[in-house]
Design a protein around this ligand. Structure first.
Ligand code: ADP
Ligand code: MG
Length: 213
């Protein structure tokens, strides 16, 4: 476990560090300090910490640290249980991505028309944030190509399993590159999540933060 909790101690680019500073992110939260060094070493990571502990920035920085903005293909995919959460994650990703020129973040959720999403996918994106049902829909219509995904995030994995998305998630994960890094974030770690991690992840490191401070 690392003791220096400043973002400056991480192997992040100067623009990303400067942007974190401008957002008022000076110290890492405990789950960030525990998970980011492993994430930046390209390990698969299971991170368990309660709501409000800063999990979004942890995986977002993992995506952004290795994003190549010159390569216009989906390099990061975040799967979230609900549209509200997907919108929150996309907003945080966009704030953190301001450090890098022209990063396109696209949300793909149900409850909105399919056609504009297909047009957006044709125009391209670097990062997609979506809900399981709509992602499956795009995969089956072949309107999305996930073989270029190098960072895959399962956010609020316990909620997604509770909502019955387990099989959908396996299907989406299997559409991504086998060489991807997989990050799983959850507030709890029930048996279903352990099963998912064994099936979908490669020698994951487990980090757990019990209290918020
Ligand atoms: P979680 O996903 O763990 O529930 P969030 O990622 O939504 O939590 O983070 C909660 C809040 O904390 C957000 O408003 C976010 O902007 C803020 N935050 C995250 N990391 C830091 C940090 N290192 N310093 C200050 N604020 C932070
Ligand atoms: Mg969260």
């Amino acid at each position: 476990m690392q003791t220096d909790t400043s973002f400056q101690s991480l192997a992040l680019s100067a623009p990303l560090l400067a942007n974190l500073d401008s957002l008022g992110y000076t110290e890492m939260t405990p789950i960030q300090a525990a998970s980011l060094p492993l994430i930046l070493q390209q390990r698969d990571v299971i991170a368990q910490a309660k709501t409000g502990s800063g999990k979004t920035a942890a995986f977002s920085l993992g995506i952004l640290a290795k994003l190549n903005p010159m390569y216009f293909a989906i390099q990061g995919l975040v799967i979230c249980p609900t549209r509200e959460l997907a919108d929150q994650v996309a907003n945080e990703l966009r704030r953190l991505a301001r450090a890098i020129d022209n990063v396109k973040v696209l949300t793909l959720c149900g409850g909105t028309a399919m056609r504009p999403q297909i047009v957006s996918l044709e125009h391209g994106a670097h990062i997609v944030v979506g809900t399981p049902g709509r992602l499956i829909d795009h995969i089956s219509r072949e309107t999305i190509k996930l073989s270029t995904v190098q960072t895959l995030v399962l956010d609020e994995a316990d909620r997604m399993v509770d909502m019955g998305f387990y099989d959908d998630i396996v299907h989406i994960v299997n559409a991504c590159s086998p060489r991807r890094q997989t990050l799983l974030f959850s507030a709890t770690f029930p048996d279903d999540i352990r099963k998912a991690s064994e099936q979908l992840m490669h020698e994951p490191a487990e980090v757990k933060v019990d209290s918020q401070h």
